[in-house]
Ligand binder design. Structure first.
Ligand SMILES: *[C@@H]1O[C@H](CO)[C@@H](O)[C@H](O)[C@H]1NC(C)=O
Ligand SMILES: *[C@@H]1O[C@H](CO)[C@@H](O)[C@H](O)[C@H]1NC(C)=O
Length: 314
């Protein structure tokens, strides 16, 4: 799913969606209590079969990740491939969906089957990412991103908006930026648009193979969230196992002394999904398009402020 640094409690592992951020200590941290030593033992005994989707063994989030459940590569059945360029790995598995192959390597990489309904993914994602701190429409604090020389505002109605609003805007996926929301009803059209966007991103940014390693992308997601805070000059919500190293990579000293996120940073995050299969980049594009729009005055709006309103309460 998107980007979604939205700190969802692990979707696959705990059999349901728990609210995040603030509550994830309560909802997610009480997974099976195994010591690291025990975990290492199980990890070494696993063998994976290529033709199957990847999964975790043991079936828990890696406690050493820089954010809750952000990178489970160490416990993954295809763990070696996590540390190789994605284009090389996928070239060896041409008929496998990358979200299947790397299923559960991070909380935003969860395989949902071969013919996903994008409309359903949009609704599921919005609800899954909504936290107990959701304020309701436009009741959150108004923030201003300074992004690539532009000023963009949004109401921070929930923690995940910090990342997803700017991410959608940066990619040009918001309603009002050219993508008509009803186009998602035509699956082949939407997939084709996604494929085109992916090609455009690579033509623009020319990501080198070495930049396209899944484990790095998984670790960088939390950094992107911190850099989005920097772009908005607001304190970062630090939860879970985010640590000093994370702050270091994000160049974070304070909300006004830190590294802002760039278009290229967001493009790379999306491009990783392109490489893992256009179904996955298309689902990301659908989510970002249907949840928000660009309004007059470079303000990002949501739900009833937008031409298309997904079928969820807000
Ligand atoms: C994805 O991984 C999770 C966690 O290991 C596992 O429970 C689930 O069955 C896997 N999904 C598929 C389609 O293999
Ligand atoms: C879906 O879009 C394709 C173009 O990608 C077009 O050829 C086709 O007619 C469209 N189908 C419907 C049902 O509108």
């Amino acid at each position: 799913m998107a980007s979604l640094l939205a700190m969802v409690c692990w979707l696959g592992l705990f059999g349901g969606l728990h609210g995040l951020a603030n509550d994830f200590g309560a909802g997610c941290a009480d997974g099976p209590a195994k010591t690291l030593l025990q975990l290492e033992h199980v990890v070494k005994s696993v063998t994976g079969r290529d033709e199957e989707c990847g999964r975790l063994h043991p079936d828990v989030c890696d406690p050493q990740a820089n954010w809750y459940c952000s990178n489970n590569c160490r416990f993954h059945t295809h763990r070696e491939d996590c540390y190789r360029p994605i284009p090389d790995v996928m070239a060896e598995h041409p008929d496998v969906d990358g979200f299947c192959y790397f299923n559960a390597s991070g909380y935003w990489i969860v395989y949902r089957g071969p013919q996903q309904d994008f409309g359903k993914i949009v609704v599921d994602s919005i609800l899954a990412l909504r936290s107990s701190s959701y304020t309701g429409l436009s009741a959150g604090r108004l923030i201003t991103y300074r992004f690539e020389g532009l000023s963009v505002t949004t109401h921070l109605d929930d923690v995940n908006y910090l990342y997803d609003d700017l991410y959608g805007y940066a990619l040009g996926f918001l309603q009002g930026q050219g993508l008509e929301p009803n186009w998602i009803q035509n699956r082949s059209l939407w997939m084709e648009l996604s494929r085109q966007k992916c090609a455009e991103l690579q033509a623009t940014y020319r990501f080198a193979k070495e930049e396209l390693i899944l484990a790095d992308a998984l670790d960088f997601n939390a950094v992107l969230d911190m850099m989005a805070s920097c772009s908005a000059q607001i304190p970062h919500f630090k939860h879970g196992s985010s640590d000093r190293e994370l702050e270091e990579v994000a160049g974070w000293h304070s909300p006004t002394n830190c590294r802002s996120v760039t278009r290229r940073d967001f493009a790379k995050h999306h491009y990783v999904k392109c490489l893992l299969g256009y179904q996955n980049s298309a689902a990301d594009m659908a989510y970002l398009n249907q949840r928000a729009c660009l309004l007059e005055g470079n303000r990002i709006g949501h739900f009833s402020e937008c031409p298309y309103v997904p079928d969820v309460d807000f």
